[in-house]
Design a protein around this ligand. Structure first.
Ligand code: HEC
Ligand code: HEC
Length: 368
């Protein structure tokens, strides 16, 4: 009998130690993590006068599951570095196992508008429209949306967050480095998250090498794919890929005839205009090879499926864009198999493998 009492009290002690540890560091399905952040921050912005420390704090916040109501989900749970900060499922799973309404988009080059970099943070002058329906264009304001979203992170009252983070210990020093004092506020939290996400850039793909004058960077097939993309199929009418550079910052919303009857009104929900129903932001094609599945609802598993849509799947939806019509009817591009392969080869040149492995964008929490 004594033996069992002893065993039971040992169990309680272990449980106690375990629950203390749990408070000290984030846990991922019961596993303890620790913060592995080098003392010298990485250089997040090479050419602009912006404090790197904010982005460093932002990196920690981005990967910290404490930012969700039940410590289960971080921004990085859906926006995965290896996948161009997109997710590999049609709809992502939030803090309570519920799924998001739309496909998780890649995060890249949203702070690319370098000349306007500071003002994006302060005012609404950034042209880049965020979310599939463009409902937000201020990066700092935007950051609090996923936190309070009832599906994504569930923190309905964001004002509890500063206190929660202060209780974790490791943030005090980080905020002091960035701001000169230890105060943690929701404004600072969103500013740091914005600084980190704005620093995620893809500028080192083979497409970039090509547009910077290295024309041997493309194979004959990729070159053929580019010609089809630009000339024959006029994809550039919406995806403004030009040889002058392409940062993927886009402000257009289009209906590409995915459904005859809209399941999601897209931009129309925001503007209230009938003519905007069924239109969605023209997505950046940067890193597109990594960001499957595709479209606002992740309905297509592969690039080949996407091309099948443009080839012979365009529906006569109410607001179908004129660029996808012939004689007022949905266009039938009839893309041949060989052309399909060339187009896919060209789309693959947008992949920037440096971003996907860059340590400064990686998860700083390591398993103990
Ligand atoms: C549960 C999954 C999930 C989590 C967690 C999550 N996101 Fe997202 N994120 C999404 C989805 C889905 C969208 C698109 C929503 C829409 O367009 O309606 C999105 C959109 C975005 C965008 C807009 C990108 C663009 O080009 O329009 C940014 C930036 C972003 N999230 C950053 C964050 C940050 C920062 C966090 C953490 C505070 C975060 N996300 C947490 C799923 C998630
Ligand atoms: C009328 C404007 C328009 C034209 C022309 C157009 N696209 Fe698109 N494209 C869009 C929009 C808008 C979306 C997102 C639609 C949605 O999710 O509802 C999209 C989505 C995509 C995607 C999926 C990206 C992702 O991250 O989900 C790929 C790939 C793509 N287009 C390639 C092409 C190719 C290749 C062509 C030429 C054959 C082309 N597009 C022509 C507007 C256009």
């Amino acid at each position: 009998m004594k033996k069992y009492v002893l065993l039971f009290s040992m169990f309680l002690v272990v449980l106690f130690i375990y629950s203390c540890q749990k408070k000290a560091a984030p846990t991922v399905s019961g596993t303890t993590m620790y913060l592995d952040l080098p003392a010298t921050p990485d250089v997040y912005y090479a050419s602009i006068d912006k404090d790197n420390y904010e982005a460093t704090v932002g990196r920690v916040l981005f990967y910290d599951t404490h930012l969700s109501i039940n410590n289960a989900i971080a921004c990085g749970s859906c926006h995965k570095q290896a996948l161009g900060f997109a997710d590999n499922v049609s709809l992502s799973v939030g803090f309570e196992g519920k799924v998001t309404k739309r496909n998780t988009p890649a995060i890249q080059n949203i702070g690319n508008n370098v000349a306007d970099f500071e003002s994006q943070f302060v005012t609404n002058t950034n042209n880049s429209m965020l979310f599939w329906d463009g409902r937000e264009n201020n990066l700092v304001n935007m950051m609090l949306r996923p936190l309070s979203n009832h599906v994504e992170m569930g923190l309905e009252d964001v004002s509890v967050l500063p206190k929660k983070l202060a209780g974790l210990g490791y943030y005090t020093k980080l905020f002091a480095q960035a701001y000169g004092d230890t105060s943690i506020t929701t404004e600072r939290i969103s500013e740091c998250l914005a600084a980190f996400t704005a620093s995620i850039g893809t500028q080192q793909s083979r497409f970039d090498q090509y547009t910077q004058g290295n024309t041997t960077a493309f194979t004959a097939q990729e070159q053929a794919g580019m010609n089809l993309f630009v000339n024959k199929y006029n994809c550039t009418n919406c995806h403004h890929v030009t040889t002058g550079g392409y940062n993927g910052v886009i402000t257009d919303f289009k209906d590409i005839g995915l459904d005859q009857n809209y399941k999601d009104m897209g931009r129309g929900t925001i503007t209230g205009l009938n003519t905007d129903n069924g239109t969605f932001k023209v997505p950046s094609l940067r890193n597109v090879a990594l960001t499957a599945p595709y479209m606002h609802d992740g309905r297509f598993a592969t690039l080949s499926d996407v091309l099948d849509h443009y080839s012979h799947g365009i529906k006569p939806s109410q607001n179908l864009d004129d660029n996808l019509k012939t004689n007022k009817q949905p266009m039938q591009m009839n893309i041949s198999d060989q052309e399909k392969q060339a187009l896919i080869a060209f789309l693959n040149t947008f992949t920037d493998y440096t971003t996907t492995v860059d340590p400064k964008f990686s998860n700083p929490f390591k398993l103990k």
